[in-house]
Design a protein around this ligand. Sequence first.
Ligand code: PHE
Length: 315
Amino acid sequence: MQEQIKNTNTLEELQALYTATFGKNGTMTAKLKNMKNLDNDARAELNRENTVLRELFKSRQAEIENSVMMAALASQRMDATLAPLPENRGTLHPLTQALSDVSVILESFGYEMWTGPEVEDDWHNFTALNTPEYHPARDMQDTFFLENGNVMRTQTSAIQIRSMDARGAPIKMFGIGATYRKEMDATHSPMFHQIEGLYIDTNITMSDLIADVHEFLKRFFNMDNIELRVRPSYFPFTEPSIEIDMKWRGNKWMEIMGAGMVHPNVLRNCNIDPEQYQGFAFGFGWDRLAMLKYGLNDIRQFYDGDIRWLRATGF
Ligand code: PHE
């Protein structure tokens, strides 16, 4: 019997032998059933045989299982030097990264982040911003008008109005969001993004504006020395109005943002007394700033959803 167990080669053979031995009609089962008719010595001998056989079955099973596994390992060889499959981690979109950089800086200056609706009424997008009916910014060429007279927000300046309406003065905020204009080429997309700061309090001057912008740009671009150029400009909602250029690589002047002292009419439109409060606003293209910082040259790529581009430029 013990020899028979040792001679089995497969689990099936072993199972068959086990059944023939310990199964319902097995040889050992029959002997065990007869135990009560045996004398003490014969009983002890049968118990011993029972234990030995069960142990043998168990150890033979382990042996066969082990040799099956070894055979499998030998036939299915694994090459531990193969390169692993690429791990596709998600990345942050460059705009998301830029906003996170911008907001960390502006919030450290005390500006609070605001958003507003992308579909605006005429009042918030134009009239309250001192933009009269005849102003070219309202031209059909630039603005997407909706049938009900509302517009797709053309500038985040609309958020200024909403924040002053809600809070009054003093206020220190920045508005962020998508803006829409009818234009499209490598540097213009019909949907783009702006970020705009506003600081209204008593005794705020143009120097405060330039100091904040200067410090902001230094930190955003991680540059110790930055050269700015301030040019007079025109926006209906600021007076005086300026444009700020920054000296970029290769000594090229790049226009970075529009800014100015908030026009008294704008303050009045938000029920703020311009005799008591003054302040400044500055606005820039969120996409444009991200393009400059990360060396990207086509704004349309931001919105193509091309995963290869994102992998190459993302963070
Ligand atoms: N809203 C202006 C634009 O879209 C930018 C601007 C913001 C200018 C705030 C002055 C003050 O061009």
